[in-house]
Design a binder for this molecule. Structure first.
Ligand code: FE
Ligand code: CA
Length: 554
Protein backbone atom coordinates (compact mmCIF):
# COMPACT_ATOMS: atom_id res chain seq x y z
CA UNK A 1 0.00 0.00 0.00
CA UNK A 2 1.37 3.42 -0.76
CA UNK A 3 2.65 5.59 2.01
CA UNK A 4 2.27 9.22 2.88
CA UNK A 5 2.00 11.73 0.09
CA UNK A 6 1.62 9.07 -2.54
CA UNK A 7 -0.62 9.85 -5.48
CA UNK A 8 -2.14 6.39 -5.34
CA UNK A 9 -3.87 7.26 -2.08
CA UNK A 10 -5.60 10.20 -3.65
CA UNK A 11 -6.53 8.13 -6.68
CA UNK A 12 -7.98 5.39 -4.50
CA UNK A 13 -9.94 7.78 -2.32
CA UNK A 14 -11.31 9.48 -5.41
CA UNK A 15 -12.34 6.21 -7.04
CA UNK A 16 -13.93 5.12 -3.80
CA UNK A 17 -16.01 8.27 -3.67
CA UNK A 18 -17.01 8.10 -7.33
CA UNK A 19 -17.88 4.43 -7.33
CA UNK A 20 -19.20 4.07 -3.80
CA UNK A 21 -22.84 3.88 -4.86
CA UNK A 22 -22.07 1.32 -7.52
CA UNK A 23 -19.98 -0.86 -5.17
CA UNK A 24 -22.64 -0.86 -2.49
CA UNK A 25 -25.27 -1.59 -5.11
CA UNK A 26 -23.37 -4.60 -6.33
CA UNK A 27 -22.88 -6.02 -2.86
CA UNK A 28 -26.39 -5.15 -1.73
CA UNK A 29 -27.90 -6.73 -4.83
CA UNK A 30 -26.30 -10.00 -3.92
CA UNK A 31 -23.95 -9.91 -6.85
CA UNK A 32 -21.49 -11.44 -4.47
CA UNK A 33 -17.81 -11.60 -4.77
CA UNK A 34 -15.97 -12.67 -7.83
CA UNK A 35 -13.85 -15.70 -7.31
CA UNK A 36 -10.70 -14.54 -8.89
CA UNK A 37 -8.60 -16.03 -11.55
CA UNK A 38 -7.56 -19.56 -12.08
CA UNK A 39 -7.61 -22.01 -9.25
CA UNK A 40 -4.57 -23.68 -10.63
CA UNK A 41 -2.65 -26.15 -8.59
CA UNK A 42 1.02 -26.81 -8.86
CA UNK A 43 2.47 -25.37 -12.01
CA UNK A 44 5.12 -23.37 -10.29
CA UNK A 45 6.52 -20.32 -11.90
CA UNK A 46 9.46 -19.04 -13.81
CA UNK A 47 10.20 -16.35 -11.24
CA UNK A 48 13.45 -14.49 -11.60
CA UNK A 49 15.18 -16.08 -8.67
CA UNK A 50 18.84 -15.28 -8.24
CA UNK A 51 21.06 -18.11 -7.10
CA UNK A 52 20.74 -18.91 -3.45
CA UNK A 53 23.25 -17.34 -1.15
CA UNK A 54 25.07 -19.28 1.51
CA UNK A 55 23.34 -20.71 4.52
CA UNK A 56 23.30 -18.66 7.69
CA UNK A 57 26.59 -18.99 9.46
CA UNK A 58 27.87 -18.18 12.86
CA UNK A 59 29.98 -15.09 12.58
CA UNK A 60 30.81 -14.80 16.23
CA UNK A 61 34.12 -15.72 17.65
CA UNK A 62 34.18 -18.45 20.23
CA UNK A 63 31.94 -17.96 23.20
CA UNK A 64 33.90 -17.96 26.41
CA UNK A 65 33.03 -18.16 30.06
CA UNK A 66 35.96 -15.94 31.05
CA UNK A 67 35.28 -12.51 29.69
CA UNK A 68 37.64 -11.23 26.99
CA UNK A 69 39.01 -7.75 27.73
CA UNK A 70 37.16 -4.68 26.53
CA UNK A 71 38.72 -3.54 23.23
CA UNK A 72 40.34 -0.11 23.21
CA UNK A 73 38.57 2.92 21.81
CA UNK A 74 40.23 2.40 18.39
CA UNK A 75 39.95 6.10 17.62
CA UNK A 76 36.30 6.48 18.63
CA UNK A 77 35.83 9.77 20.46
CA UNK A 78 32.04 9.95 20.84
CA UNK A 79 29.30 7.51 21.86
CA UNK A 80 29.04 5.00 18.99
CA UNK A 81 25.77 3.46 20.28
CA UNK A 82 23.44 6.15 18.95
CA UNK A 83 21.26 3.64 17.08
CA UNK A 84 20.53 1.50 20.12
CA UNK A 85 20.68 -2.26 20.43
CA UNK A 86 18.39 -5.07 19.35
CA UNK A 87 18.02 -8.82 19.52
CA UNK A 88 16.29 -11.16 17.14
CA UNK A 89 15.62 -14.55 15.59
CA UNK A 90 15.94 -16.51 18.84
CA UNK A 91 16.51 -20.24 19.02
CA UNK A 92 16.64 -22.51 22.06
CA UNK A 93 20.41 -22.05 22.38
CA UNK A 94 20.98 -18.67 20.75
CA UNK A 95 19.67 -15.21 19.95
CA UNK A 96 21.17 -12.66 17.57
CA UNK A 97 22.51 -9.49 19.24
CA UNK A 98 22.67 -6.38 17.07
CA UNK A 99 24.09 -2.92 17.12
CA UNK A 100 25.71 -0.58 14.63
CA UNK A 101 28.53 1.73 15.62
CA UNK A 102 27.72 5.26 14.45
CA UNK A 103 29.04 8.18 16.51
CA UNK A 104 27.73 10.53 13.79
CA UNK A 105 24.79 8.50 12.49
CA UNK A 106 23.42 11.02 9.98
CA UNK A 107 26.56 11.91 8.02
CA UNK A 108 25.61 11.94 4.34
CA UNK A 109 28.44 9.60 3.36
CA UNK A 110 26.79 6.76 5.30
CA UNK A 111 29.89 5.98 7.35
CA UNK A 112 28.30 6.95 10.64
CA UNK A 113 31.42 8.98 11.31
CA UNK A 114 33.67 5.92 11.20
CA UNK A 115 35.37 6.01 7.82
CA UNK A 116 38.42 3.82 7.66
CA UNK A 117 39.06 0.80 9.79
CA UNK A 118 37.20 -2.15 11.17
CA UNK A 119 36.48 -1.98 14.90
CA UNK A 120 36.45 -4.68 17.57
CA UNK A 121 33.40 -4.72 19.82
CA UNK A 122 32.80 -6.72 23.01
CA UNK A 123 29.34 -8.18 23.53
CA UNK A 124 28.19 -9.53 26.87
CA UNK A 125 25.17 -11.53 28.03
CA UNK A 126 24.37 -11.64 31.72
CA UNK A 127 21.72 -13.14 33.92
CA UNK A 128 21.38 -9.84 35.79
CA UNK A 129 20.84 -6.27 34.66
CA UNK A 130 23.94 -5.02 36.52
CA UNK A 131 26.12 -7.50 34.60
CA UNK A 132 27.59 -8.95 37.79
CA UNK A 133 26.89 -12.40 36.35
CA UNK A 134 28.11 -12.40 32.76
CA UNK A 135 27.19 -15.75 31.26
CA UNK A 136 28.80 -15.48 27.83
CA UNK A 137 30.75 -12.82 25.99
CA UNK A 138 32.79 -12.47 22.85
CA UNK A 139 34.44 -10.14 20.39
CA UNK A 140 32.91 -9.20 17.05
CA UNK A 141 34.61 -7.21 14.34
CA UNK A 142 32.38 -4.40 13.05
CA UNK A 143 33.53 -3.91 9.47
CA UNK A 144 33.47 -0.81 7.31
CA UNK A 145 32.12 -3.01 4.51
CA UNK A 146 28.90 -3.55 6.49
CA UNK A 147 28.57 -0.11 8.05
CA UNK A 148 30.16 -1.19 11.35
CA UNK A 149 27.12 -3.30 12.12
CA UNK A 150 27.36 -6.16 14.60
CA UNK A 151 25.39 -9.42 14.46
CA UNK A 152 26.72 -11.49 17.33
CA UNK A 153 25.40 -15.04 17.48
CA UNK A 154 26.15 -16.40 20.95
CA UNK A 155 25.61 -20.12 21.30
CA UNK A 156 25.24 -22.54 24.18
CA UNK A 157 22.59 -20.48 25.96
CA UNK A 158 19.94 -22.06 28.19
CA UNK A 159 16.58 -22.63 26.48
CA UNK A 160 13.53 -20.65 27.55
CA UNK A 161 15.67 -18.13 29.44
CA UNK A 162 15.85 -14.34 29.62
CA UNK A 163 19.21 -12.57 29.50
CA UNK A 164 20.52 -9.01 29.51
CA UNK A 165 22.99 -7.96 26.86
CA UNK A 166 25.18 -4.98 25.99
CA UNK A 167 28.13 -3.95 23.82
CA UNK A 168 31.37 -2.19 24.79
CA UNK A 169 34.14 -0.35 22.95
CA UNK A 170 36.76 1.55 24.96
CA UNK A 171 34.94 3.48 27.66
CA UNK A 172 31.65 3.40 25.76
CA UNK A 173 28.90 1.06 26.94
CA UNK A 174 25.71 0.50 24.98
CA UNK A 175 22.20 0.60 26.40
CA UNK A 176 21.21 -2.72 27.99
CA UNK A 177 18.74 -4.92 26.15
CA UNK A 178 16.68 -7.91 27.26
CA UNK A 179 16.65 -11.01 25.10
CA UNK A 180 15.31 -14.49 25.53
CA UNK A 181 15.90 -17.89 24.05
CA UNK A 182 13.11 -20.10 22.78
CA UNK A 183 11.99 -23.20 24.66
CA UNK A 184 13.49 -26.49 23.49
CA UNK A 185 11.85 -27.81 20.35
CA UNK A 186 10.10 -30.57 22.32
CA UNK A 187 9.07 -28.38 25.27
CA UNK A 188 5.37 -27.77 25.90
CA UNK A 189 5.13 -24.15 27.05
CA UNK A 190 1.90 -22.86 28.57
CA UNK A 191 1.92 -19.50 26.88
CA UNK A 192 3.55 -17.20 24.36
CA UNK A 193 3.01 -13.45 24.15
CA UNK A 194 3.76 -11.65 20.90
CA UNK A 195 3.12 -8.32 19.24
CA UNK A 196 3.02 -7.64 15.53
CA UNK A 197 3.71 -4.25 13.97
CA UNK A 198 4.18 -2.70 10.54
CA UNK A 199 4.33 0.54 8.58
CA UNK A 200 6.17 3.17 10.57
CA UNK A 201 6.55 6.13 8.28
CA UNK A 202 8.90 8.42 10.19
CA UNK A 203 7.61 11.60 8.63
CA UNK A 204 3.97 10.75 9.41
CA UNK A 205 4.22 11.28 13.15
CA UNK A 206 5.30 10.02 16.55
CA UNK A 207 5.50 6.31 17.22
CA UNK A 208 3.38 6.51 20.35
CA UNK A 209 2.36 2.87 20.02
CA UNK A 210 5.89 1.77 20.90
CA UNK A 211 5.64 3.38 24.35
CA UNK A 212 2.87 0.89 25.10
CA UNK A 213 4.36 -2.09 23.31
CA UNK A 214 7.55 -1.62 25.34
CA UNK A 215 5.51 -1.99 28.55
CA UNK A 216 3.80 -5.18 27.41
CA UNK A 217 5.19 -8.42 28.71
CA UNK A 218 6.15 -9.87 25.33
CA UNK A 219 8.26 -12.84 24.31
CA UNK A 220 8.60 -11.83 20.66
CA UNK A 221 7.81 -8.86 18.43
CA UNK A 222 7.14 -9.42 14.73
CA UNK A 223 7.76 -6.59 12.29
CA UNK A 224 5.93 -7.29 9.04
CA UNK A 225 7.51 -4.64 6.86
CA UNK A 226 7.68 -0.97 5.97
CA UNK A 227 10.15 -0.48 8.81
CA UNK A 228 11.46 2.46 6.77
CA UNK A 229 9.89 4.48 3.98
CA UNK A 230 11.85 5.87 1.08
CA UNK A 231 10.30 9.30 1.54
CA UNK A 232 12.66 12.17 2.43
CA UNK A 233 11.97 15.33 4.41
CA UNK A 234 9.55 15.82 7.25
CA UNK A 235 9.48 18.33 10.07
CA UNK A 236 10.80 18.64 13.59
CA UNK A 237 11.45 15.49 15.58
CA UNK A 238 10.02 13.24 12.86
CA UNK A 239 12.22 14.60 10.08
CA UNK A 240 14.55 12.26 8.18
CA UNK A 241 18.03 13.42 7.24
CA UNK A 242 17.56 12.99 3.49
CA UNK A 243 16.32 15.57 0.99
CA UNK A 244 15.87 13.08 -1.86
CA UNK A 245 14.67 9.51 -2.37
CA UNK A 246 17.44 7.08 -1.45
CA UNK A 247 19.45 5.53 -4.27
CA UNK A 248 22.78 4.53 -2.75
CA UNK A 249 23.93 2.48 0.22
CA UNK A 250 24.92 5.73 1.95
CA UNK A 251 21.39 7.09 1.42
CA UNK A 252 19.72 3.99 2.86
CA UNK A 253 22.11 3.98 5.83
CA UNK A 254 21.18 7.59 6.59
CA UNK A 255 17.51 6.68 6.25
CA UNK A 256 17.78 3.72 8.63
CA UNK A 257 19.79 5.86 11.05
CA UNK A 258 17.08 8.52 10.99
CA UNK A 259 14.56 5.83 11.94
CA UNK A 260 16.71 3.94 14.42
CA UNK A 261 17.45 7.07 16.47
CA UNK A 262 13.88 7.16 17.75
CA UNK A 263 13.98 6.49 21.54
CA UNK A 264 10.57 4.74 21.56
CA UNK A 265 11.65 2.32 18.84
CA UNK A 266 14.97 1.73 20.60
CA UNK A 267 13.19 0.94 23.85
CA UNK A 268 10.81 -1.47 22.14
CA UNK A 269 13.80 -3.27 20.63
CA UNK A 270 15.49 -3.42 24.03
CA UNK A 271 12.59 -5.18 25.67
CA UNK A 272 12.32 -8.42 23.65
CA UNK A 273 13.70 -10.17 20.59
CA UNK A 274 12.22 -9.14 17.24
CA UNK A 275 11.60 -11.20 14.14
CA UNK A 276 11.70 -8.91 11.15
CA UNK A 277 10.69 -9.27 7.54
CA UNK A 278 10.32 -6.55 4.96
CA UNK A 279 7.76 -5.21 2.53
CA UNK A 280 8.06 -2.75 -0.33
CA UNK A 281 9.13 0.50 1.31
CA UNK A 282 12.41 -0.97 2.52
CA UNK A 283 13.30 -0.38 -1.15
CA UNK A 284 10.53 1.51 -2.96
CA UNK A 285 6.72 1.63 -2.98
CA UNK A 286 5.14 -1.44 -4.63
CA UNK A 287 8.31 -2.74 -6.25
CA UNK A 288 8.19 -6.37 -7.39
CA UNK A 289 11.44 -8.34 -7.53
CA UNK A 290 13.54 -6.40 -10.05
CA UNK A 291 10.73 -4.15 -11.26
CA UNK A 292 10.38 -0.69 -9.69
CA UNK A 293 7.08 1.09 -9.14
CA UNK A 294 7.65 3.34 -12.14
CA UNK A 295 9.36 2.43 -15.43
CA UNK A 296 11.47 5.60 -15.29
CA UNK A 297 13.37 4.09 -12.35
CA UNK A 298 14.20 0.80 -14.10
CA UNK A 299 17.75 1.59 -15.24
CA UNK A 300 18.99 2.43 -11.75
CA UNK A 301 16.81 -0.06 -9.90
CA UNK A 302 19.08 -3.09 -9.65
CA UNK A 303 21.79 -1.06 -7.92
CA UNK A 304 19.22 0.66 -5.74
CA UNK A 305 17.67 -2.64 -4.62
CA UNK A 306 21.10 -4.07 -3.82
CA UNK A 307 21.91 -1.02 -1.70
CA UNK A 308 18.58 -1.21 0.12
CA UNK A 309 18.95 -4.94 0.80
CA UNK A 310 22.41 -4.48 2.27
CA UNK A 311 21.20 -1.61 4.45
CA UNK A 312 18.34 -3.80 5.70
CA UNK A 313 20.81 -6.50 6.67
CA UNK A 314 23.13 -4.02 8.36
CA UNK A 315 20.36 -2.52 10.50
CA UNK A 316 18.30 -5.50 11.63
CA UNK A 317 18.94 -8.24 14.22
CA UNK A 318 18.43 -11.01 11.69
CA UNK A 319 19.91 -14.49 11.59
CA UNK A 320 20.47 -14.47 7.86
CA UNK A 321 23.63 -14.40 5.79
CA UNK A 322 24.81 -11.04 4.47
CA UNK A 323 23.76 -10.21 0.91
CA UNK A 324 24.98 -12.61 -1.77
CA UNK A 325 27.26 -11.41 -4.58
CA UNK A 326 24.19 -10.80 -6.74
CA UNK A 327 22.66 -8.61 -4.02
CA UNK A 328 19.95 -11.10 -3.02
CA UNK A 329 19.10 -11.74 0.62
CA UNK A 330 17.53 -14.92 2.02
CA UNK A 331 14.93 -13.33 4.27
CA UNK A 332 12.38 -16.14 4.54
CA UNK A 333 12.96 -18.42 7.51
CA UNK A 334 11.30 -20.08 10.51
CA UNK A 335 11.14 -19.41 14.23
CA UNK A 336 9.81 -21.99 16.64
CA UNK A 337 8.42 -21.73 20.17
CA UNK A 338 8.60 -25.28 21.54
CA UNK A 339 5.58 -27.40 20.62
CA UNK A 340 3.34 -24.34 20.77
CA UNK A 341 4.02 -22.48 17.53
CA UNK A 342 5.95 -22.57 14.28
CA UNK A 343 6.38 -19.21 12.57
CA UNK A 344 7.05 -19.08 8.84
CA UNK A 345 8.51 -15.65 8.11
CA UNK A 346 7.83 -14.88 4.46
CA UNK A 347 9.31 -12.63 1.79
CA UNK A 348 6.54 -11.43 -0.51
CA UNK A 349 8.66 -8.89 -2.39
CA UNK A 350 11.94 -10.30 -3.64
CA UNK A 351 10.59 -13.03 -5.90
CA UNK A 352 7.11 -11.86 -6.88
CA UNK A 353 6.02 -11.28 -10.44
CA UNK A 354 5.07 -7.73 -11.32
CA UNK A 355 1.61 -6.60 -10.26
CA UNK A 356 -1.06 -7.41 -12.82
CA UNK A 357 -2.63 -4.96 -15.23
CA UNK A 358 -0.55 -1.94 -14.35
CA UNK A 359 -1.09 -2.18 -10.58
CA UNK A 360 -4.13 0.07 -10.77
CA UNK A 361 -6.00 0.92 -7.57
CA UNK A 362 -8.60 -0.44 -7.84
CA UNK A 363 -8.55 -2.96 -10.69
CA UNK A 364 -11.49 -4.29 -12.70
CA UNK A 365 -11.35 -8.09 -12.54
CA UNK A 366 -13.26 -8.62 -15.79
CA UNK A 367 -10.81 -6.51 -17.77
CA UNK A 368 -7.63 -8.02 -16.34
CA UNK A 369 -6.83 -11.33 -18.06
CA UNK A 370 -3.45 -11.51 -16.33
CA UNK A 371 -5.24 -12.52 -13.14
CA UNK A 372 -5.77 -15.96 -14.72
CA UNK A 373 -2.05 -16.55 -15.28
CA UNK A 374 -0.96 -19.47 -13.06
CA UNK A 375 2.66 -18.37 -13.37
CA UNK A 376 2.06 -15.22 -11.39
CA UNK A 377 3.72 -15.71 -8.05
CA UNK A 378 3.93 -13.88 -4.73
CA UNK A 379 6.65 -15.99 -3.11
CA UNK A 380 8.54 -17.45 -6.07
CA UNK A 381 8.88 -21.13 -6.89
CA UNK A 382 11.58 -21.95 -4.36
CA UNK A 383 9.97 -20.23 -1.35
CA UNK A 384 6.58 -21.64 -2.26
CA UNK A 385 7.98 -25.18 -2.28
CA UNK A 386 9.88 -24.56 0.96
CA UNK A 387 6.65 -23.42 2.60
CA UNK A 388 4.56 -26.35 1.37
CA UNK A 389 7.23 -28.76 2.58
CA UNK A 390 7.43 -26.90 5.89
CA UNK A 391 3.67 -27.24 6.39
CA UNK A 392 4.00 -31.01 6.04
CA UNK A 393 6.58 -31.09 8.84
CA UNK A 394 4.73 -28.92 11.38
CA UNK A 395 4.44 -30.60 14.79
CA UNK A 396 3.31 -27.59 16.82
CA UNK A 397 -0.19 -26.58 17.92
CA UNK A 398 -0.14 -23.32 15.94
CA UNK A 399 1.19 -22.58 12.49
CA UNK A 400 1.80 -18.91 11.82
CA UNK A 401 2.62 -17.02 8.65
CA UNK A 402 4.35 -13.71 9.41
CA UNK A 403 4.03 -11.90 6.12
CA UNK A 404 3.35 -8.66 4.31
CA UNK A 405 0.18 -8.14 2.32
CA UNK A 406 -3.50 -8.89 2.92
CA UNK A 407 -4.50 -12.46 2.08
CA UNK A 408 -8.28 -12.15 2.53
CA UNK A 409 -10.04 -11.32 -0.73
CA UNK A 410 -11.00 -7.63 -0.72
CA UNK A 411 -13.14 -7.88 -3.81
CA UNK A 412 -16.45 -6.11 -4.35
CA UNK A 413 -18.26 -7.30 -7.41
CA UNK A 414 -15.89 -6.67 -10.29
CA UNK A 415 -13.67 -4.43 -8.24
CA UNK A 416 -10.43 -5.67 -6.75
CA UNK A 417 -9.29 -3.15 -4.21
CA UNK A 418 -5.55 -3.62 -4.46
CA UNK A 419 -3.72 -6.04 -6.75
CA UNK A 420 -0.47 -5.48 -4.85
CA UNK A 421 -2.01 -7.76 -2.21
CA UNK A 422 -2.67 -11.49 -2.57
CA UNK A 423 -5.80 -10.55 -4.55
CA UNK A 424 -3.46 -9.81 -7.45
CA UNK A 425 -1.94 -13.29 -7.22
CA UNK A 426 -5.02 -15.54 -7.02
CA UNK A 427 -3.39 -18.65 -8.45
CA UNK A 428 -0.50 -18.41 -5.99
CA UNK A 429 -2.91 -17.83 -3.11
CA UNK A 430 -4.99 -20.83 -4.10
CA UNK A 431 -1.87 -22.99 -4.18
CA UNK A 432 -0.89 -21.73 -0.73
CA UNK A 433 -4.30 -22.45 0.80
CA UNK A 434 -4.41 -25.90 -0.77
CA UNK A 435 -0.98 -26.68 0.65
CA UNK A 436 -2.22 -25.77 4.14
CA UNK A 437 -5.21 -28.05 3.68
CA UNK A 438 -3.12 -30.85 2.19
CA UNK A 439 -0.86 -30.79 5.25
CA UNK A 440 -3.92 -31.24 7.46
CA UNK A 441 -3.06 -28.17 9.54
CA UNK A 442 -5.82 -27.02 11.83
CA UNK A 443 -4.67 -23.94 13.69
CA UNK A 444 -3.21 -21.59 11.11
CA UNK A 445 -2.85 -17.84 11.72
CA UNK A 446 -1.71 -15.30 9.15
CA UNK A 447 -0.16 -12.09 10.49
CA UNK A 448 -0.27 -9.24 8.00
CA UNK A 449 0.81 -5.59 7.69
CA UNK A 450 0.92 -3.25 4.70
CA UNK A 451 -2.60 -1.87 4.49
CA UNK A 452 -2.45 0.66 7.38
CA UNK A 453 -5.67 -0.74 8.80
CA UNK A 454 -6.49 -3.30 11.44
CA UNK A 455 -8.73 -6.22 10.63
CA UNK A 456 -9.43 -9.89 11.01
CA UNK A 457 -11.00 -12.52 8.80
CA UNK A 458 -11.29 -16.24 8.29
CA UNK A 459 -9.43 -17.44 5.21
CA UNK A 460 -11.40 -20.02 3.26
CA UNK A 461 -10.76 -22.39 0.41
CA UNK A 462 -10.44 -22.06 -2.47
CA UNK A 463 -9.34 -18.43 -2.58
CA UNK A 464 -9.94 -16.48 0.64
CA UNK A 465 -13.50 -15.67 -0.35
CA UNK A 466 -16.72 -15.66 1.72
CA UNK A 467 -17.72 -19.31 1.31
CA UNK A 468 -15.73 -22.48 1.74
CA UNK A 469 -13.75 -24.39 4.34
CA UNK A 470 -11.83 -22.20 6.79
CA UNK A 471 -8.14 -23.09 6.52
CA UNK A 472 -6.56 -20.07 8.21
CA UNK A 473 -7.29 -16.96 10.25
CA UNK A 474 -5.86 -13.62 9.24
CA UNK A 475 -4.98 -10.86 11.68
CA UNK A 476 -4.05 -7.58 10.02
CA UNK A 477 -2.24 -5.04 12.17
CA UNK A 478 -2.75 -1.34 11.64
CA UNK A 479 0.19 0.96 11.03
CA UNK A 480 2.43 2.35 13.72
CA UNK A 481 2.22 5.74 11.99
CA UNK A 482 1.69 5.50 8.21
CA UNK A 483 -1.51 7.21 7.01
CA UNK A 484 -4.64 5.10 6.87
CA UNK A 485 -7.21 4.88 4.11
CA UNK A 486 -10.33 5.86 6.00
CA UNK A 487 -12.28 6.28 2.77
CA UNK A 488 -12.04 2.54 2.14
CA UNK A 489 -13.51 1.70 5.53
CA UNK A 490 -16.36 4.10 4.90
CA UNK A 491 -17.09 3.03 1.35
CA UNK A 492 -17.26 -0.72 1.68
CA UNK A 493 -19.50 -3.04 3.62
CA UNK A 494 -16.71 -5.17 5.00
CA UNK A 495 -19.03 -7.39 7.04
CA UNK A 496 -20.65 -8.44 3.76
CA UNK A 497 -17.44 -10.12 2.66
CA UNK A 498 -16.82 -11.87 5.95
CA UNK A 499 -14.73 -9.36 7.87
CA UNK A 500 -15.93 -9.24 11.49
CA UNK A 501 -13.57 -6.44 12.53
CA UNK A 502 -11.78 -3.64 10.74
CA UNK A 503 -10.40 -0.25 11.71
CA UNK A 504 -9.16 1.91 8.87
CA UNK A 505 -8.56 5.02 10.98
CA UNK A 506 -6.39 4.38 14.01
CA UNK A 507 -2.72 3.56 14.51
CA UNK A 508 -1.38 0.90 16.83
CA UNK A 509 -0.36 -2.76 16.87
CA UNK A 510 -1.54 -6.29 17.42
CA UNK A 511 -0.93 -8.15 20.69
CA UNK A 512 -1.53 -11.87 21.04
CA UNK A 513 -1.61 -14.34 23.88
CA UNK A 514 -1.11 -17.85 22.56
CA UNK A 515 -1.75 -21.00 24.59
CA UNK A 516 -2.24 -24.65 23.63
CA UNK A 517 -6.00 -24.10 23.83
CA UNK A 518 -6.56 -20.57 22.54
CA UNK A 519 -5.18 -17.68 20.49
CA UNK A 520 -6.34 -14.30 21.81
CA UNK A 521 -5.65 -11.28 19.60
CA UNK A 522 -5.98 -7.76 20.96
CA UNK A 523 -5.91 -4.84 18.56
CA UNK A 524 -4.29 -1.96 20.44
CA UNK A 525 -4.89 1.58 19.16
CA UNK A 526 -3.45 4.92 20.22
CA UNK A 527 -5.37 8.20 20.33
CA UNK A 528 -2.82 10.24 18.44
CA UNK A 529 0.52 10.27 16.65
CA UNK A 530 0.50 14.08 16.44
CA UNK A 531 1.87 14.41 19.95
CA UNK A 532 4.89 12.81 21.55
CA UNK A 533 2.83 10.57 23.83
CA UNK A 534 -0.66 9.13 23.73
CA UNK A 535 -3.03 6.93 25.68
CA UNK A 536 -3.78 3.52 24.18
CA UNK A 537 -6.64 1.08 24.46
CA UNK A 538 -7.76 -2.29 23.18
CA UNK A 539 -10.01 -1.57 20.20
CA UNK A 540 -11.13 -5.16 19.67
CA UNK A 541 -10.39 -8.66 20.89
CA UNK A 542 -10.76 -11.80 18.78
CA UNK A 543 -10.21 -15.42 19.70
CA UNK A 544 -9.48 -18.67 17.98
CA UNK A 545 -9.99 -21.92 19.85
CA UNK A 546 -7.47 -24.60 18.94
CA UNK A 547 -9.15 -27.34 16.98
CA UNK A 548 -12.17 -25.20 16.08
CA UNK A 549 -11.89 -23.26 12.85
CA UNK A 550 -13.08 -19.68 12.81
CA UNK A 551 -12.37 -16.34 14.47
CA UNK A 552 -14.71 -15.20 17.22
CA UNK A 553 -15.04 -11.62 18.41
CA UNK A 554 -15.20 -11.36 22.20
FE1 FE B 1 3.07 0.69 4.65
CA1 CA C 1 3.71 -1.86 2.08
Amino acid sequence: MPGNGDDLYGALAERVRVDRRRFLGLVGAGTGVVVLGACSSGGGSAAKRPPSSTLPKTTSGPTTTSAPPVPGSQGITADPFTLGVASGDPRPESVVLWTRLAPEPLTADGTGGLAGSDIKVLWEMASDEAFDKVVVSGIEVATTAFGHSVHAQPHGLEPDTWYHYRFRVGSYVSPVGRARTMPSDDATPDQLRIAFVSCQSRTAGHWTAYDHLAEDDLDLVFHLGDYIYEYPGGEGPTKVALDHEPQTLADYRVLYASYKRDPKLQKAHQRAPWVITWDDHEVQNNYADETPDHAKDQAAFAARRTAAYQAFWEHQPVRIAPPAADGSLDVYRTVRFGRLATFFVLDGRQYRTDQVCGDKVPTSASSCDELDDPDHTMLGTKQEAWLAKGFQAVDTTWTVLAQQTVMKALVFGDVILNVDQWDGYPAARSRLLKSIDAAGLENVVVLTGDIHAAGAADIRLPNADIKGKVVAHELVGTSISSPGVAAVGEAFDLASIGIPYANFVDHGYGRCTITPRRWTAEFVTVDTISEATSPAQVDATLEITAGTAGLRRV
